[in-house]
Design a protein around this ligand. Structure first.
Ligand code: PLP
Length: 484
């Protein structure tokens, strides 16, 4: 494809994508295909000679669309949103089209410097403490996911603790030749609430660290006293606490750990405090939600996903450190090929993360922040919260249902009142096979409930009403059936 053809083909794709969004309401949110549907639709091997553009283009409808889950449908209410906007798509197109790549400052000064700027803009929007901004020890970095952010902060914290222990236990640091002191290593323990995302468990598995899941209270929050008790028990056993992850906006019910209590406990115990606000973090750009972040002043790292609720596509996860040098100590390795003049005074993102390569994610975020502005983004978040509250009112007005958790953001947790967990699971199964709406469910503290999330950026009240009517209709049929 030469550049003339690219001009033509790329416009065709842009028209297709725009049309897809214009007509998204006509599509059912999840596909109706069976496992293995795709393989028979395509040849068994890659073409020897180039395929024709038109054949490929037609295959989008024939091969891809039948199996596409429409995360951007107004009737997709599962999980948490995955961001998308035309603003970010333009930025990402530019990123892909330019094909540039900046793992160190010298490899693409624009990529590094734009990321620093965009992360500072975002930090100011969230009113993060000034220590998290660039210029001093702190600073932000765009990671792929919240999971990756948890892992890199845990590995950083592990290195901090191993280095600290070296003073009393000899060399227990990350010296790959010497190895790591097995005794100290095996006694490290990390903390999070029992409501934390599964990525916390995985970060512990990858880091070979034991996890103490602290029992959450009746509001599904981790509290300071519960954390302090867990730490005391472990210290008594001879374990070495080194890392705690607080969640602001849990995956199940959007509960908020008590950060103001947890912070001082972590400081007293001398352990790293990381905050995972993957979904709810976007709301902190609105002054009315910012108090939920109070307590961040003592955190060592903070993370949220613009790719969830800030109109930016996967992947884009914003991570800040109070002191980035700790990560550099844990991650950086030197190699002549990567050396350049001034390398000690610039920022090289490859020294602060797992991959060496670093995608130019800042471009799409830059487009979003500029094309929406802070006011536009606040309005978007508030609209989702308003729509969730509207849905909550509908549920609360129907005495066959109950709202199970406080609705603070774009999530409404609900279930069939006075019905067993099994019947509620059957209710979700009926909704899923009906296919007009898509919801997910979970169990917390032995109660099974459905989760209704406002996901699409252009969702209107009429869409919420549509989804509610489907939910009611399916519930009516199910409850009638159970009476027979
Ligand atoms: N943390 C929380 C609270 C989440 O809700 C999720 C996903 O929904 C994650 C982490 C994982 O996010 P990611 O896919 O970016 O790793």
């Amino acid at each position: 494809m030469d550049s003339d053809e690219f001009r033509q083909r790329a416009k065709q794709i842009v028209d297709y994508v725009a049309g897809y969004h214009d007509t998204i309401r006509q599509r059912r949110p999840v596909p109706d295909v069976t496992l293995g549907y795709l393989k028979p639709l395509v040849p068994a091997a890659a073409p020897e000679d180039p395929d024709k553009w038109n054949d490929i283009f037609e295959d989008i409808e024939r091969v891809i669309m039948p199996g596409l889950t429409h995360w951007q449908s107004p009737y997709f209410h599962g999980y948490y949103p995955v961001g998308q906007s035309f603003a970010e798509t333009c930025g990402d197109l530019l990123c892909n089209g330019l094909g540039s790549f900046g793992f160190s400052w010298i490899t693409c000064p624009a990529a590094t410097e734009l990321e620093i700027v965009v992360m500072d803009w975002l930090a100011k929007m969230l009113t993060l403490p000034s220590e998290f901004l660039s210029g001093g020890k702190g600073g932000g970095i765009l990671q792929s996911t919240a999971s990756e952010s948890t892992l890199v902060t845990m590995l950083t914290a592990r290195n901090v603790m191993l280095t600290r222990m070296s003073a009393t236990h000899g060399p227990v640091g990350r010296d790959v030749k010497e190895g790591i002191d097995g005794d100290v290593f095996s006694r490290l323990v990390a903390y999070s609430s029992d409501q934390a995302h599964l990525s916390m468990q995985r970060a512990c598995m990858f880091s070979a660290i034991r996890l103490h899941a602290v029992e959450s209270d009746d509001k599904e929050r981790m509290t300071g006293p519960a954390l302090a008790k867990a730490i005391a028990i472990d210290v008594e056993k001879g374990l070495i606490p080194f890392y705690c992850m607080a969640t602001l906006g849990t995956t199940a019910s959007c509960a908020f750990d008590d950060l103001k209590e947890i912070g001082p406990v972590c400081k007293k115990a001398g352990i790293w405090l990381h905050i995972d606000a993957a979904y709810a973090g976007s709301s902190f750009i609105c002054p009315e939600f910012r108090p939920l972040l109070d307590g961040v002043e003592v955190a060592d790292s903070f993370n949220f996903n613009p790719h969830k609720w800030l109109l930016t596509s996967f992947d884009c996860s914003a991570l800040w450190y109070r002191d980035s040098s700790k990560t550099i100590e844990a991650f950086s390795v030197k190699e002549v090929m990567f050396s350049y003049e001034h390398e000690d005074t610039t920022i090289d993102f490859s020294h602060r993360e797992i991959p060496f390569g670093h995608r130019f994610r800042a471009l799409k975020l830059w487009f979003v922040l500029r094309l929406y502005g802070v006011n536009g983004l606040q309005a978007y978040v508030r609209k989702h919260v308003y729509l969730a509250q509207e849905f909550e009112k509908l549920v609360a007005a129907d005495d066959r249902f109950e709202v199970t958790h406080p609705v603070t953001h774009g999530l409404v947790c609900f279930r069939l009142r006075q019905c067993s967990n099994d019947l509620n699971a059957l209710f979700l199964a009926k909704l899923t096979t009906d296919r007009r709406v898509y919801l997910t469910a979970t169990t917390s503290k032995d109660v099974y409930f459905l989760r209704f999330v406002v996901c699409w950026r252009k969702t209107e009240k009429s869409d919420i009403l549509y989804s509610w009517n489907v939910i009611r209709e399916v519930a009516t049929a199910l409850l009638e059936d159970t009476k027979k």
